[in-house]
Design a binder for this molecule. Structure first.
Ligand code: GTP
Ligand code: MG
Length: 203
């Protein structure tokens, strides 16, 4: 039987580093524009509808939400960026919370950076990815909501995206094509996670 997830539990929501869960086990963060489908993807991945809160209005997830899977690794659902209705103060507070988290979490093994497959490359995502690279934070791009596109359109969009990235990136980051609706990409994401868990020294 293929390895799969057996158990998942919500650990806590918090903002400050002193409140993060304390076990030194591999951790994977989900980040991207507000409404891109982070919480939906987490639910799909762990096969638990509603464990991460989903909303059709952007800005639903406000704090860092930690989940523990099989007592062996953490997932973090992060609040999205680029939500237009946030005030400057709220945006600054988001920046602080996220940069503290991303740069101050030594067990953070990979960051899943979600991108809506329906859209052309967006400046805000490009900037975010550059910042990750500058901080030497490894990440995997995950194209979301691909069930909303015809296969030909998806192929064109991916091509456009990756071509535009190659103009600036010497080496493209790895990527996964996903849909929370159909489960597409689930196995691939789990494979990435299980392999990295192994490298971390786990099972
Ligand atoms: P914030 O927490 O506000 O940043 O949003 P989020 O990135 O967590 O997005 P969320 O998972 O809440 O999903 C936003 C909306 O997109 C919801 O209405 C979801 O049902 C929808 N959605 C998410 N993923 C998919 C997908 O793969 N396919 C389709 N068709 N809809 C999706
Ligand atoms: Mg969310």
């Amino acid at each position: 039987m293929k390895k799969d997830i057996k158990h998942v539990e919500f650990v806590k929501s918090c903002k400050f580093p002193e409140d993060y869960p304390q076990r030194f086990i591999p951790e994977y963060a989900f980040i991207g524009r507000s409404n891109v489908g982070k919480s939906s993807l987490i639910n799909m991945l762990v096969n638990r509808k509603g464990i991460a809160k989903i909303s059709s209005t952007p800005g639903k997830t406000q704090l860092l939400n930690f989940f523990m899977v099989d007592e062996a690794w953490y997932l973090t659902d992060l609040p999205g960026y680029g939500y237009a209705k946030r005030s400057k103060k709220e945006r600054e507070s988001w920046d602080k919370m996220i940069s503290k988290y991303l740069t101050g979490r030594p067990n953070l093994i990979d960051i899943f950076l979600l991108i809506d497959a329906r859209h052309k490359p967006q400046e805000i995502d490009m900037r975010f990815m550059k910042n990750l690279a500058i901080n030497q934070l490894p990440f995997t791009m995950v194209f979301t909501k691909t069930d909303k596109l015809k296969p030909e359109q998806l192929a064109v969009n991916l091509d456009t995206y990756l071509n535009e990235m190659s103009e600036e990136w010497e080496e493209l980051p790895p990527y996964v094509v996903s849909s929370a609706q159909t489960g597409k990409g689930r196995e691939e994401l789990l494979k990435i996670i299980f392999e990295k868990n192994k490298l971390f020294g786990g099972d």
